[in-house]
Design a protein around this ligand. Structure first.
Ligand SMILES: *Cc1c(COP(=O)(O)O)cnc(C)c1O
Length: 369
């Protein structure tokens, strides 16, 4: 099998999504499964849809189009504000988009009229993390604009925390979201279908809060894919953290001195962690680098420690206290990935994907390849 490759266990992703759907359903919250870290993988999407998520979320129109081309007909929400220049593509491929800009809403409306379609709008509100979002005092005017623009349907409001400044979802900011939802509902005279509390960083609040208020949707990527809480990257109880494994091949294995020699300046990628003086060190190099993965996000198997990485080489030290022989040239080494490593590996043209196990067939009849 070719390397480097990502091995993806679809049944584990299916199990994670099933667990989250069940736990959150008990709190009146549906799951929008965000597939952006998988480059919009249809195989992953089918596994998650079969688990009962209410729809898919994607950040890139190219990924939405890939899912549609593969036959995915489930609702897809574009979770990044559409580019003005992509309004037509957004309306053609996505059912709904998250929005903050009047000019974009106008372009979506024009595109929807031209295509004879209705486009769903979720307005994102700023609640402190200072990434995307309309300030609360400006929300009523944008609501009114959305209502008058032809072929747009105001589906709800949402917010995003924890991504830019690490602001933690809590009772205060989630109550603020519920209050804004009530205000919008009073203004438009009907309930909102979507009050989207946030991303995987909301899992702790949503499962622990005494009252989730009006929040009825979470957009979950990392929690489903990697089974961890992004606030502190600890595993979430009941979820698997090992659905993805990055496999790379050894291209050099030698015993070398532990300390470099010669005058020392910058490395290929700035400063490297200072080498530690030991005895002669068994080293291996695997054919994996920054063109394939974010090396800081890799966890090496027991007995191997990552010393550093450049564009194409990942250098590992063999722990002499571990009895097993160092992997020889041609052997494979398996790494766990974090979110950054997964995202880079999935979007690298050098990394192939292997779907190791098949999820149960989806309820919509789509087959898993
Ligand atoms: C990426 C993203 C998500 C999903 O984030 P996770 O932390 O992977 O759950 C949700 N909403 C928006 C707006 C995003 O950009």
């Amino acid at each position: 099998m070719s390397t480097p490759r990502l091995e993806i266990e679809l049944d584990l992703l299916h199990d994670n999504a099933t667990h989250l759907v069940q736990v959150l359903a008990a709190r009146g919250i549906g799951v929008t499964a965000v597939t952006k870290a998988t480059l919009g993988s249809p195989e992953v999407a089918w596994a998650l849809l079969a688990a009962g998520v209410r729809g898919l979320g994607e950040s890139r129109i190219e990924n939405v189009e890939r899912l549609r081309a593969a036959g995915v007909t489930a609702p897809i929400t574009l979770v990044r504000s559409p580019m003005l220049s992509q309004a037509e593509r957004v309306v053609a491929a996505a059912d709904t988009s998250l929005n903050t800009e009047p000019a974009v809403l106008a372009a979506l409306s024009a595109a929807a009229v031209a295509q004879g379609r209705t486009h769903g709008v979720v307005l994102m509100v700023e609640l402190g993390d200072l990434r995307e979002g309309i300030l609360a005092e400006d929300l009523p005017a944008v609501v009114d604009l959305t209502l008058v623009l032809a072929n747009l349907e105001l589906r709800g409001i949402g917010t995003n925390l924890a991504c830019q400044n690490g602001v933690v979802p809590d009772d205060a900011n989630m109550a603020a979201l519920s209050d804004l939802a009530r205000l919008v509902e009073a203004r438009i005279g009907r309930p909102l279908a979507v009050v989207s509390g946030g991303n995987s960083a909301n899992h702790g609040w949503a499962t622990g809060a005494a009252d989730v208020g009006h929040v009825n949707d979470l957009r979950l990527g990392e929690a489903i894919l990697l089974g961890v809480d992004p606030l502190d990257r600890t595993p979430i109880a009941g979820l698997r953290t090992d659905a993805f494994t990055l496999v790379a091949e050894v291209i050099e294995q030698k015993a070398k001195p532990s300390m470099p020699w010669g005058a020392i300046a910058q490395t290929a990628f700035g400063t490297q962690a200072a080498p530690v003086e030991t005895r002669t060190c068994e080293r291996v190099i695997v054919a994996l680098g920054r063109q394939d993965v974010a090396p800081d996000g890799l966890t090496a198997p027991p007995g191997l420690a990552i010393l550093g990485a450049s564009s194409d080489h990942l250098v590992l030290a063999v722990d002499p206290s571990v009895a097993t022989a160092p992997p020889a040239v041609g052997h494979e080494v398996r790494f766990d990935v974090d979110y950054a490593a997964l995202l880079r590996a999935m979007t690298s043209p050098f990394v192939t994907r292997t779907y190791v196990t098949a999820a149960p067939p989806s309820s919509t009849g789509a087959s898993v390849v």
